[in-house]
Design a protein around this ligand. Structure first.
Ligand code: DGJ
Length: 765
């Protein structure tokens, strides 16, 4: 029996203030056996049920604390239900809102956990044993997770449960943050009993809502069109997003939200669920025919099973739940704050990001040192701060059929190796960055010839390739260690300031030669743990290197990798029009500082579309900013424009990357898009407005801004007017152009398709 350890007065005193005078607490009511987790904005309430399992009472807007919320269980007898106690027709797990439902104890919906036992049974019953409440937040071993810097930033509840028959124990973790309307949840399973058990399913979170009047938001797409915002009405049955590709994927992001029908960007209720994980996941809304909605999120059970022997344990990834009654922007800002400052970590976390130039679209594989140096010199003269050497610098890599796995320089292209070119770039006054794809190998490589059994795949079966490459078995420590060794050598010998970590295929035929038949269900999760371990070793060995993750663009843009790499290449698609959608969708969860965004050449290499240099930069500013082109091919006039763009970004990047970001007009709903950032003190803001196709003789367009101080007067650039914040908030900013009647001033080359405008707002004393 675990002892109940109630920590400090604070637990029973709702008036105790957290840091900065904010209210926060986790209250335990002994008599009601209820837990109330709350901060200034949210409440999360759960209870120990009569049968010892956990019931869910409430998650949403902050409620006043009280002795009991038992009325929220709201159950009564229903015909044809299975009931837990004889002579009691009221208590049915079929209908009770639950906290971490199990299979086989009366609940008929999708469980959070399913444990297979030696006798074949999958029934379990995890009974409350005790709990612990404490300040701060624990780390999750081997897994990325949100964290606190001071214990006063969050409170944590650990609930201890046990299945008596198998002796299996469970800890459910709940952390509530003082300054963010968010709760982090995870579960740990420990086999203390004698028998060997198999976890067929162990989700990070399950939450039951008492109604179904929601719309589900998901971020879907594919290569070059990642994270489109899709909204659908919840219906009876299951609706889900998932990945079974071995990575979080281009196709669905490990995120879903439930919003009320009337919720907009600026108003209304929304619940966000985000999984801090980079591998296969399932995020599901299950609506039963009594109109209750269950959200479950965690590692995808269909490609997972985990055997636990006596003494072994399993920790799930963390899920981060956000509630906002201030629309989708409120939800996104909570994620932005938490993920930017308490998920991302390290030297670069709070720093403005260097403006970079990447040679991929400038040269592809076709380069030598002189070509690179001419790009570097011109880029330097324009104000670029960091040069990134992309794919093609290693082994015999002249196309994508060879050399992945051989992380030593190609001396034909780079006679003095990486050290030589990095030093030359530094001598020009720029920083040097380098591309790797650590998890992959080509059959035509030294590594593969030496270790053909190091790839995922069942010998004797046909093996699929993706871009001519195979997946190294990162579930095996020796493989990860060997790649670390190669990367360490390159990174420690040369002055390297930045690493782009790419990953360019989905995983198929997943089988590891490194483990026995009973452990094959562990391979994909162990693979991701291997990725995290390599990131951990590299970021510890090179704490000042800025890591940018990438997976054929944004195929692994997830919170898991954000923990190690504070920025991610958002998409291979650099077309300004497409990027409006991609960055808009990405911003639902991820902060501006995490989005790699570059100006590329026209015609655009993905779509062949022509957009102006101005439009391309106006979109790319809302990210980490850089260039993906050969600057030597720019005209003198374009070079001057690029210089101005870089000057602009240097001046405003702190505001853009670390200010409060608001989406204003969705590109998924029409012909235009708008967003803005506001400084913390509300004195400065930048509004970006983008109009895709020109229309004729349309209405005048004004957009209501957000986040401004209604009492401040702002000078608005472009229109050069001084306007009160309240006018800009409630009347709006006039963004009309040549689409709105005869706007002759816009006719000088500025009309036509693909237009954009930035407005700078600065408050006047
Ligand atoms: C895919 C990435 O998304 C690109 O930016 C580039 O690095 C290529 N891989 C290189 O192979």
């Amino acid at each position: 029996m675990i002892i109940i350890e109630v920590n400090e007065k604070r637990n029973n005193d709702p008036k105790i203030k957290g840091e900065g005078g904010k209210q926060m607490a986790i209250c335990f009511r002994e008599t009601a056996k209820e837990f109330h987790l709350y901060n200034e904005k949210i409440s999360y309430i759960l209870t120990v049920l009569e049968n010892g399992q956990l019931g869910h009472l409430y998650f949403g807007k902050r409620l006043k604390d009280r002795e009991s919320f038992a009325h929220m269980l709201n159950f009564r007898a229903r015909p044809m239900s299975v009931c837990a106690f004889e002579h009691n027709l009221d208590f049915s797990m079929e209908h009770i809102k639950q906290e971490y439902p199990v299979y086989g104890a009366g609940d008929m919906r999708y469980p959070a956990i399913e444990v297979q036992q030696e006798n074949g049974s999958r029934i379990s019953e995890f009974i409350y044993q005790g709990h612990r409440i404490y300040k701060g937040k624990p780390e999750l071993e081997g897994l990325p997770a949100t964290y606190v810097e001071q214990d006063d930033e969050a409170d944590t509840l650990e609930l201890y449960l046990k299945d008596q028959l198998t002796g299996t124990e469970m800890i459910l973790f709940y952390t509530i943050f003082v300054n963010v309307p968010a709760i982090a949840r995870s579960a740990k399973i420990m086999q203390t009993g004698e028998e060997e058990i198999v976890l067929n399913r162990v989700m990070s979170v399950s939450v039951d809502f008492p109604d179904k009047e929601f719309e589900m938001i998901e971020l879907t797409g594919a290569w070059s069109r990642e994270r489109s915002v899709k909204i659908r009405k919840l219906e009876h049955g299951t609706q889900s997003v998932y990945s079974m590709r071995g990575c979080s994927s281009h196709h669905y992001n490990p995120f879903l939200a439930l919003k009320r029908r009337e919720t907009t960007e600026g108003n209304g209720e929304v619940y966000g669920f985000s999984l801090v994980y980079s591998g296969n996941f399932l995020a599901q809304a299950d609506v039963d025919t009594y109109d209750t909605t269950r959200i479950t999120m965690g590692i995808h059970p269909d490609t997972f099973s985990w055997t636990l022997k006596k003494g072994e344990s399993f920790q799930t990834p963390e899920a981060v739940l956000v509630y906002s009654d201030q629309g989708l922007n409120g939800m996104s800002q909570a994620y932005h704050t938490l993920y930017r400052s308490r998920l991302a970590k390290g030297y670069w976390r709070d720093k403005e990001r260097p403006i970079l130039i990447n040679n991929w679209e400038a040269t592809y594989f076709d380069f030598d040192e002189e070509k690179i140096m001419s790009i570097v010199k011109t880029a330097k003269s324009l104000g670029v701060e960091l040069f990134v050497l992309d794919d093609g610098w290693f082994g015999e890599r002249n196309d994508d059929t060879r050399s992945l796995g051989d992380w030593y320089p190609n001396l034909e292209k780079l006679p003095d190796g990486i050290t030589g070119i990095a030093k030359r770039v530094e001598a020009e006054g720029m920083k040097f960055g380098l591309w790797f794809e650590p998890e992959m190998v080509n059959k035509n490589s030294r590594l593969y010839r030496e270790h053909p059994d190091w790839i995922l795949g069942d010998k004797g079966r046909r093996l699929s390739h993706g871009r001519n490459q195979y997946v190294l078995d990162f579930s095996r420590d020796e493989v990860v260690d060997a790649i670390f060794g190669q990367m360490y050598k390159v990174l420690s010998e040369a002055p390297i300031s930045y690493v782009k970590w790419d990953m360019n295929r989905s995983m198929s035929e997943v089988y590891s030669a490194g483990v026995g038949s009973g452990d094959q269900g562990k391979v994909l999760h162990r693979y991701i743990l291997g990725v995290y371990r390599l990131y951990d070793m590299l970021t510890k060995a090179f704490p000042k290197i800025l890591f940018e993750s990438c997976a054929s663009g944004g195929g692994r843009f997830d919170p898991g990798l954000l923990y190690y790499a504070p920025q991610c290449w958002t998409s291979d698609d650099t077309d300004a029009v497409e990027r409006c959608k991609i960055q808009y969708g990405t911003s639902l969860v991820y902060p501006v500082s995490s989005m790699g965004s570059h100006v590329s050449a026209v015609p655009n290499h993905q779509l062949l579309r022509n957009t102006s240099l101005e439009m391309r930069a106006n979109v790319a500013y809302f990210g980490t900013f850089g260039y993906e082109l050969d600057p030597n091919r720019l005209t003198e006039e374009e070079k001057e424009e690029v210089k101005e763009q870089i000057g602009f970004m240097k001046k405003y990047r702190r505001l853009i990357q670390f200010g409060t970001f608001y989406r204003l007009v969705s590109p998924f709903e029409g012909n235009e898009m708008a967003w803005m950032v506001v400084s913390e003190d509300q004195r400065n803001a930048i509004v970006g407005y983008y109009r895709i196709l020109q229309t004729v003789n349309g209405p005048y367009r004004k957009i209501r801004l957000q986040g401004l101080d209604p009492d401040k007067i702002y000078h608005v650039s472009r229109i050069e007017e001084d306007l009160y914040g309240d006018e800009l908030l409630w009347y709006g900013l006039d963004v009309s152009d040549a689409s709105s009647g005869e706007n002759r001033e816009e006719y000088n080359g500025r009309n036509g398709d693909y237009q954009s405008k930035l407005f700078l707002l600065s408050s006047i004393e």
